[in-house]
Design a protein around this ligand. Structure first.
Ligand SMILES: Cc1cc2nc3c(=O)[nH]c(=O)nc-3n(C[C@H](O)[C@H](O)[C@H](O)COP(=O)(O)O)c2cc1C
Length: 189
């Protein structure tokens, strides 16, 4: 278990999303929090089937690996998730995960409440803002606390790893992670 769980929603190796999450992890660890990055690479996440079983089971009825990471999210004080933009929206598996985590948490005492964090987004050229807003919907309805940064949590990159060239994007992620750590530590006082 870690203080902050970070989930990469990219299917690619050495992805831009994971690069950004590593930047966040560096800042969280600099603030002496523990941080764990999980990846959806090779682990497709299905959409919610509206079976309602999560209220009885305390977890999801689907057997695709989501239940294995729910305890990590539940125990953490912070939750950050990164997505590549696909046709102007978040990659589908990312939204599948957010919707299912939110539903399981919501019908089981809303255990996402007051966790600190938010989404980060990467794309070649466009669709960042809509994607960020789409992902934020789950955070806000789940009573979570989303800190700001020096810019919105977006970065530019296309080929794997090229987001490293986006200095402003990286600085934005650093500040966001610093603020996430700051809030978590303040709330523990
Ligand atoms: C199916 C698909 C759709 C994409 N749609 C967009 C898009 O709408 N806007 C954009 O700027 N980039 C788009 N891209 C490019 C990716 O967002 C970009 O390569 C990103 O850096 C991938 O992140 P990753 O390395 O974390 O997977 C798309 C890529 C794929 C595979």
């Amino acid at each position: 278990m870690a203080d902050v769980v970070l989930i990469s929603g990219s299917p690619r190796a050495d992805s831009n999303t994971e690069f950004l999450l590593n930047v966040c992890k560096e800042e969280l660890e600099a603030a002496e929090l523990t941080a764990k990055i999980l990846s959806l690479r090779g682990n497709p996440i299905q959409s919610c089937i509206a079976c309602g079983q999560c209220a009885k089971l305390g977890k999801c009825s689907l057997q695709d690996g989501l239940n294995e990471i729910l305890p990590d999210i539940r125990e953490a004080d912070g939750f950050i998730i990164g997505a590549p933009v696909y046709f102007g929206t978040a990659r589908g598996d990312v939204m599948n995960l957010l919707q299912r985590v939110a539903m399981v948490a919501r019908v089981n005492g809303n255990w996402l409440s007051r966790k600190v964090g938010g989404p980060v987004v990467v794309a070649r050229r466009g669709g960042h803002s809509a994607t960020l807003q789409e992902m934020l919907m789950m955070f806000f309805i789940s009573d979570m606390i989303v800190p700001g940064s020096s810019y919105w949590n977006i970065a530019f990159g296309h080929a794997a790893g090229t987001v490293a060239d986006d200095a402003e994007g990286i600085a934005t992620m650093r500040k966001f992670a610093q603020n996430t750590a700051y809030l978590i530590l303040q709330m523990r006082k």
